[in-house]
Design a protein around this ligand. Structure first.
Ligand SMILES: [Zn+2]
Length: 423
């Protein structure tokens, strides 16, 4: 049940809908495409200037010592802080400002922010500039409705989530902006449908295997050692021995879609031998590399996940056949999961019931997002993803966000802020 004050805030969000949509359009029109990470600075300032109007103190945190930061493509993050009567509790809202490239297949300008049938179209409309607009307007509505908060509210717009978030949320967490001393919980309005609360994600192990052969004339392959043949044996072992084992593992986390409750392994890329352009010369391939993406479950140990690959390579080296390979780790992310009974989860669930008049469902993401940095680096255990937009539309052509969903999730976020921080 909503109180009179809460009703005043949700009515205010209805009144501000036009402004919220305009704000989303202006965010879409700043093409913050990653890679390479364009226009991060103007996008950060667009958000910062807006929040400043609503009483937030603004700071810009640039990841100057991060390798992706260059003068041409600066990694600029923005933090707004609305100090309440008390520093704690503190709710931190976070949205990533970067979007993936537009790609092919659009029927309109991907950076135009066009409106059709109650939907705002554009790259990032759902993932996740619609969520940023919803969260920012939740804060604006509180202010416009004359609500003063007992606790402190923060909003951050961070970069590079699509490429791992290391100059973004990870950078803020490392610098102490996200920590148990100053952050009670984090809400990330990623596009996961307005009636679902995302509790966390699986773990990731990205690694590269390089097989090492010996070059020789292609007409006499027996004089060399073909690295592509060796990689073939690696793939065969993975398929026959590892994949059935991964399929037999099931997590208790509510990962969507359900097939992703199993551990999985994808071959992201493979390269070996002569280049695809031109005819090339007759040579035995002396190098072959492949990149793998292993998603693991909270029930698995990351050390064992790495070991199972090392074991495959070791057993091939001992097989007596010509085989030599090395493994390099590219990325390791531990799984994260917020307790279903945590304050932030229960509060958001009640707010969803009050606004949408339906029971929320709980999910976990098959892929990772910035939650990993909040918990694994920042040490903040309470983090959820909740926001407007449908996950299936993310990264697709003609991506859109429904205006009604933005309004609904803005109301849910506003109620959650009031109830978590007190008024
Ligand atoms: Zn996203």
């Amino acid at each position: 049940m909503m109180t009179t004050v809460e009703r005043r805030v949700t009515d205010q969000i209805d009144r501000l809908t036009g402004d919220m949509v305009e704000f989303l359009q202006s965010l879409i029109r700043v093409p913050t495409v990653n890679p390479p990470g364009e226009y991060y600075d103007p996008c950060a300032h667009l958000i910062g200037d807006f929040l400043h109007e609503f009483g937030f103190d603004i700071s810009y945190v640039t990841a100057t010592d991060h390798p992706d930061h260059t003068p041409g493509f600066p990694r600029v993050n923005v933090i707004g802080r609305l100090q309440g009567a008390h520093s704690m509790p503190a709710v931190h809202l976070n949205g990533h400002t970067d979007v993936v490239p537009a790609g092919e297949g659009w029927t309109m300008d991907p950076f135009g922010g066009e409106i059709r049938d109650g939907k705002v179209y554009g790259r990032g409309a759902c993932d996740m500039k619609g969520g940023i607009a919803s969260a920012v307007f939740a804060a604006a509505a509180l202010r416009e409705a004359g609500v003063t908060l007992a606790g402190t509210l923060e909003f951050s717009g961070t970069v590079d989530e699509e490429s791992g978030g290391f100059a973004g949320m990870a950078y803020l967490a490392e610098a102490g902006h996200i920590s148990p001393e100053r952050t009670s919980c984090v809400i990330i309005p990623e596009p996961l449908n307005v009636d679902r609360i995302c509790l966390g994600h699986r773990g990731v192990y990205w690694f590269q295997i390089e097989t090492l052969g010996r070059i020789a004339h292609g007409s006499m392959p027996f004089l060399g050692a073909n690295a592509i043949d060796m990689m073939g044996r690696v793939l065969d072992r993975i398929d026959t021995n590892l994949r059935p084992e991964l399929l037999s593992k099931v997590t208790s986390m509510p990962v969507e879609p359900p097939y992703a409750r199993h551990a999985t392994l994808n071959i992201n890329g493979i390269f070996g031998g002569q280049t695809r352009t031109g005819v090339g010369t007759p040579c035995v391939a002396d190098r072959c590399t492949a990149v793998f993406d292993r998603r693991f479950l909270k029930e698995e140990d990351s050390g064992e996940v790495r070991q199972e690959i090392a074991d495959i390579i070791a057993s091939l080296e001992l097989s007596g056949e010509l085989f030599k390979a090395n493994i390099s780790d590219l990325m390791l992310v531990e799984p994260v999961e917020t307790d279903r009974n945590a304050d932030v989860v229960r509060t958001a669930a009640e707010a969803i019931e009050d606004v949408l008049d339906l029971k929320p469902s709980y999910i976990a993401s098959p892929g990772t997002y910035d939650h990993k940095h909040v918990t694994n680096i920042g040490g903040v255990s309470q983090c959820i993803a909740y926001g407007p937009g449908m996950l299936d539309l993310a990264h697709q052509p003609d991506e859109y966000c429904e205006i009604e969903h933005m309004v609904q999730s803005s109301k849910v976020i506003a109620l959650s802020i009031m109830r978590l921080l007190g008024t």
